[in-house]
Design a protein around this ligand. Structure first.
Ligand code: ADP
Length: 162
């Protein structure tokens, strides 16, 4: 049984994240999307909202072997607890490399048995990240095709509630 974690902030989940989740779901028996709840970032969506949006998207896309959990603390500690031997990360452009390389080696230093695997999304998503989605949505721009429908709705709600 190969279990992989896909960690991140997911503020909110985008079609880029979803692309990586779908690729990972074909490679591993189980994938746990792991939402970081104690990061130094101040997210737009609460911990529960980020988890719940991912949950909705997984259900909608009928992705069976992927679940979502939130975590707080050291990632490799959570991975050991979940018996995961793989960490999935997405690589979009060379600009991702330096940070990802550092994280992967630090995680390996913490737990040599856990391997980081990098997956590349379809090129249509290589310019996407959650922060540009938040920015465009704030300015009332079009995020259709870039985030799942549930996220489009949640963004609208969040921004009109303000
Ligand atoms: P973090 O705060 O850890 O960067 P994110 O939620 O932004 O968390 O991203 C989680 C992972 O998903 C990271 O490995 C990131 O590189 C990857 N990722 C984010 N957006 C995309 C995308 N458009 N295509 C592929 N991978 C992506």
């Amino acid at each position: 049984m190969k279990i992989a974690l896909y960690p991140g902030t997911f503020d909110p989940i985008t079609n880029g994240h979803l692309d990586i989740i779908q690729r990972a779901s074909h490679l591993f028996d189980r994938v746990i999307v792991t939402v970081a709840v104690n990061s130094s970032k101040t997210p737009m969506f609460t911990d529960d909202e980020r988890v719940s949006l991912i949950h909705t998207v997984l259900k909608e896309k009928k992705i069976k072997n992927v679940s979502v959990e939130s975590f707080n603390g050291l990632l490799v500690t959570f991975a050991r607890k979940k018996k995961a031997s793989v960490l999935i990360r997405g690589l979009r452009a060379v600009s991702d490399f330096e940070y990802e390389f550092q994280m992967a080696l630090m995680n390996r230093k913490q737990e040599p048995k856990i391997t980081t695997v990098f997956l590349m999304p379809h090129e249509r998503y290589t310019y996407l990240n959650s922060s540009i989605i938040r920015e465009v949505a704030r300015l009332n721009g079009n995020v259709k095709d870039l985030v799942p429908t549930a996220v489009q709705k949640a963004l609208k709600q969040k921004l009109t509630a303000k």
